[in-house]
Unconditional design. Structure first.
Length: 137
């Protein structure tokens, strides 16, 4: 059985490990990365096997999450992109990318033991096209 692989790119260690753990509960192999530079190294070595890239927009280093998402979209078009931030990014996201605006990540425990999910009232989702329409309005 092939297990999907997801890169979790987040500078906050607690949030990075929570998201990675949540994905692994659903049989997704998560590779946590604290920076876009580390994620790029993983993509260069195993990009064809990565199914999803989940990245925060604000990351330490020279590359931010939006730039990382554009690189992944260009080089690995089959990778599903999820971008998160407390603020809507000023730059356009790649086509097909999903954006989740978080207002302080809070977690709600599910009925399943040891599984927590983001509180749905604190996250709103829109796709890249909706994001672009909001920016141009």
């Amino acid at each position: 059985m092939n297990v999907p692989i997801a890169l979790v790119v987040e500078d906050n260690a607690i949030e990075r490990e929570l998201v990675a753990g949540l994905l692994e509960e659903f049989y997704v192999a998560a590779i946590p990365c604290e920076s876009a530079e580390k994620a790029l190294r993983v993509l260069e070595g195993a990009g064809e096997n990565v199914s999803m890239l989940l990245t925060d927009t604000h990351l330490p280093g020279k590359i931010d999450g939006v730039e990382l998402a554009h690189y992944a979209a260009e080089q690995y078009p089959n990778v599903h992109l999820v971008v998160t931030s407390g603020r809507v990014p000023r730059r356009q996201l790649p086509d097909g990318a999903k954006f989740f605006k978080s207002r302080g990540l809070r977690w709600t425990c599910c009925a399943r033991p040891n599984v927590c999910v983001p509180n749905s009232r604190l996250l709103t989702s829109c796709n890249a096209e909706q994001h672009a329409r909001r920016r141009s309005a």
